[in-house]
Design a protein around this ligand. Structure first.
Ligand code: NAD
Length: 260
């Protein structure tokens, strides 16, 4: 039923965003990819997704910390794919440090990319969804939108804010055929968390894999990483008709992290 819908996924050149883009492409959606990385590698992923699933896949490298570029990204999506039916806000960065050592420029960057960019994409995308009488907004928050961890002041603040934004947009769009939800993943093995795995391994004097197991043991009761394929299927479900009455919900996908 998602065949022919257009989907903009910010931060989809790697990790969770790429997994969600692939899952939506497999449902027949036209895809707008966004994110940073090596140009040739991005082009390879774009062409492969288009060929595997027989859908249009475009790429726009807008910087999610620059509001004007975000406006252009949404307009470009509508121009190339015929609308903006599905918006997945996934671009994100991380920096870990205690509050008194937290570099202010890192705070600003995390708030801009992990929180404010979602306001800007939603602000520009909603008119297209309202005109179509249908829309799905999926914000990739985190367990850190629901609970805190030390050393992550900016990230936890941004993700809690994103859950709040999700609820407001859900209320403002209720009954219009549009839903807005947040997925709250626990540890998912992507580039974003590799520095944390490496730091843990170094602190313990063990191999990378053992560092990863130690991180999981501390917070994630399943002791298994969430996969990008699983998150892709959760996003597909939230875009489905079955989920049309789910709105304003933060949905943990965290191996039991937030049940504790
Ligand atoms: P990732 O590093 O693989 O992906 C991040 C994506 O965001 C990349 O495509 C990157 O190019 C893009 N990006 C970064 N800065 C950008 C900018 N200024 N403009 C445009 N794109 C930008 O990491 P990931 O783990 O897949 O992260 C995706 C989202 O999932 C993030 O919002 C992150 O907070 C969230 N998340 C990750 C985990 C985890 O354990 N990996 C858990 C919960 C939530």
């Amino acid at each position: 039923m998602l065949k022919g819908k257009s989907a903009l996924i910010t931060g989809s050149t790697s990790g969770i965003g790429l997994g969600i883009a692939q899952a939506l492409a497999a449902q027949g959606c036209g895809i707008m990819m966004n994110g940073f990385g090596d140009a040739a590698a991005i082009e390879r992923k774009r062409a492969e997704m288009a060929q595997t699933h027989g859908v249009a896949v475009c790429y726009n490298g807008a910087d999610m910390s620059v509001p004007a570029e975000i406006g252009s990204l949404v307009a470009d999506t509508a121009a190339r794919l015929g609308g903006v039916d599905i918006l997945v806000n996934c671009a994100g960065i991380q920096h870990t440090a205690a509050v008194e050592e937290f570099p202010p420029e890192k705070w600003d960057a995390i708030i801009a990319i992990n929180l404010s960019s979602s306001f800007h994409t939603i602000h520009h995308a909603l008119p297209y969804m309202k005109a179509a009488g249908w829309g799905r907004i999926v914000n990739i928050a985190s367990v850190h939108g629901l609970v805190a961890s030390a050393q992550k002041a900016a990230y936890v603040t941004a993700k809690h804010g994103l859950v709040g934004l999700t609820k407001v947009v859900a209320l403002e769009t209720a009954g219009l055929g549009i839903t807005c939800n947040a997925i709250c993943p626990g540890w998912t093995r992507t580039e974003l968390i590799e520095p944390q795995i490496a730091a843990r391994a170094q602190a313990l004097g063990v191999e990378l894999e053992e560092g990863g197991r130690d991180l999981l043991a501390e917070k994630q009761p399943s002791r298994q990483f969430v996969t990008i394929e699983q998150l892709g299927q959760v996003a597909v479900f939230l875009c489905s008709d079955a989920a049309s009455q789910i709105t304003g919900s933060p949905i943990p996908v965290d191996g039991g992290w937030t049940a504790q």
